[in-house]
Design a protein around this ligand. Structure first.
Ligand SMILES: C[S@@+](CC[C@H](N)C(=O)[O-])C[C@H]1O[C@@H](n2cnc3c(N)ncnc32)[C@H](O)[C@@H]1O
Length: 253
């Protein structure tokens, strides 16, 4: 197993599966977003889409009484979530399933809340909000975070980075308009602080990257993968005033 030539996807999963989260965020910001929702106790079913290993799913579970389904493309992440739920004796409330956010394997109008941190941009903000609308009950909430432009100035290097990653950035104003166009009342939006990127994501990820370099000495694919991840950090440090992760909260009309 150790001698197998890892693909970039293998490395992405190996780096992230052991982390508490797979993108910028924090328990405090998950709680802040939850604070905009009324009647949490009346939500009988919630979904956390693109949940990764479920750092935020477990925070949701501390504040909701209903069932929570975490969904992610990658079995390793779902395995980590289910293991974590079991360790915390929450396996009756929290269940992870493998699936894709753009083809949800659920009945229509199942959920009082659809949550998604740092994941909707993988399928597109508008496409995700449109598809998920049908799975929410009337007056159900959608809460998503995604990278967004914070200024009118848009450095080309950042534009390229995110479009190469498969997700173009849009401004907060644009995303709010899209949310409304997709059939939601706009409730709130707010930008995540820098520590959500640094302390909660880049620093733990760097430790995992160092582990990869040790495990695969001299492997060019691994070295290129690590360099690319480190470039992302450098870009963030240099250009963080222009873009950030933003939470968007809407209510199905
Ligand atoms: C940046 S990570 C965020 C993970 C987690 N929500 C967090 O904030 O720590 C994006 C997640 O979306 C998942 N993902 C990407 N495309 C997906 C899809 N089409 N369906 C389901 N999950 C997907 C990835 O596997 C990854 O776990």
């Amino acid at each position: 197993m150790e001698n197998k030539q890892p693909s970039v996807m293998d490395l992405l999963i190996e780096t992230h599966a052991g982390l508490e989260r797979q993108g910028p965020g924090s328990p405090e910001m998950t709680r802040k977003a939850l604070g905009f929702l009324d009647h949490l106790d009346q939500i009988s079913h919630a979904a956390d889409l693109g949940c990764g290993s479920g750092g935020q799913t477990m925070v949701l579970a501390q504040h909701l009484t209903g069932a929570i389904i975490g969904l992610d493309l990658f079995p390793d992440f779902i395995h980590a979530l289910n293991e974590n739920a079991q360790k915390q004796n929450m396996e009756k409330q929290v269940k992870g399933v493998v699936g894709s956010m753009d083809e949800l394997p659920f009945e229509k109008e199942t959920f009082g809340l659809i949550w998604s941190e740092g994941a909707i941009d993988n399928i597109g903000f508008e496409k995700g909000l449109t598809h998920w609308h049908g799975f929410l009950q009337k007056n159900g909430y959608v809460v998503v975070s995604c990278p967004s432009w914070l200024t009118k100035e848009r450095p080309a290097v950042i534009e390229k980075f995110w479009s190469d990653a498969g997700s173009g950035l849009d401004s907060i104003e644009h995303n709010v308009e899209v949310l409304q166009k997709c059939g939601y009342q706009f409730i709130a939006s707010f930008t995540l602080p820098e520590t959500c990127w640094t302390d909660n994501y880049f620093i733990p990820r760097e430790a995992a990257l160092k582990g990869l370099l040790k495990k695969y000495p001299g492997n060019k694919t691994v070295e290129a993968f690590v360099a690319e991840n480190r470039d992302e950090v450098e870009q963030y440090v240099k250009y963080k005033q222009y873009y950030g992760y933003v939470f968007y909260i809407g209510k199905k009309i």
